[in-house]
Write a protein that binds this ligand. Sequence first.
Ligand code: GUN
Length: 245
Amino acid sequence: MGEDPASRVYVRNKERACEECGIYSEKYALPEETTQEELLGLIDTLNNKTSISGILVQLPVPKHIDEKTIINAIAPNKDVDAFHPVNVGKIMVGNYDFLPCTPAGVMELIKESGIDVEGKECVVVGRSNIVGKPQAMLLLHQNGTVTICHSKTKDLAAKTKNADILVAAVGIPNFIKGGMIKEGAVVIDVGINRLENKKLCGDVEFETAEKIAGAITPVPGGVGPMTIAMLMKNTVKAAIINKSK
Ligand code: GUN
């Protein structure tokens, strides 16, 4: 909904990924002034449309729309973002159909890089419902020792310097400096920030961090493409689940 330029880019990338994978998709670019009732009406239509397996409402929504009401309206078996409280609860107890795309993408990067999470000190900086909280849970599922840090955390650098695996998801450009990182740590940068000069940068100051880290993800081209890959995975899973119903 609306004109958020970042959202437009994300939605276009998701559409393209669907095309590449052979997944049929429909895009509804709703004007800013669309009412909540109209949006809920569209979600209800798609919830009941058998040719649609997965539904995603790109966030943020405009101020007059209540984000929680919208997330709650998406049928849990079509919730390919895994934001609905039913899916969040299923993740908590480790009995889930869908994982949220960004944290799942981070776990996939860790796995494919041959990094074992078990027993590692894992520090997640950020506590959003989209990334920080579920990321901590997924690291815990793999037996990491997990610390969640946030804006009220005291002596953040002491916490981050203890991390074998550091996930930065605060949304502040270049927030984590090389001096805050443990020698050889795995550093995963979830941030996508646009600077005044229009350049994209992460939450980690790459130039100083790469000299200290054992492994590090770039921005762009690190976690971002993984998020989209996991969305495609969830959509295929939703198609399989909903077909057998
Ligand atoms: N806005 C930022 N990240 C996301 C995401 O993963 N899904 C949706 N729907 N909106 C977002």
